[in-house]
Design a protein around this ligand. Structure first.
Ligand SMILES: [Zn+2]
Length: 81
């Protein structure tokens, strides 16, 4: 098998499809309690990804449920940044 240039892939938390990391939106969990949008994908901490196809679900409760699950987070522990 020829060697391919490695493209980091991440799974969308909503549809579970894999995409190149750069094509996704990253959410970062800061200090275990606060989720924010990590535009540069460089923040330390646990991250979860959303693809552009699922962007319209971003304000739906179902999305947050999946996001919290992906980040192994208890909803009651969430704080505002
Ligand atoms: Zn998706």
């Amino acid at each position: 098998m020829p060697k391919k240039f490695h493209t980091p892939e991440r799974t969308c938390v909503f549809c579970k499809s894999k995409f190149p990391k750069k094509a996704l939106i990253r959410f970062c969990l800061k200090e275990g309690t606060c989720i924010f949008l990590d535009e540069n994908q460089k923040e330390p901490g646990r991250g979860a990804y959303l693809c552009s196809n699922c962007l319209s679900y971003i304000d739906k409760p179902k999305f947050f449920k999946k996001l919290y699950r992906a980040l192994k987070l208890d909803k009651s522990k969430i704080q505002t940044c």
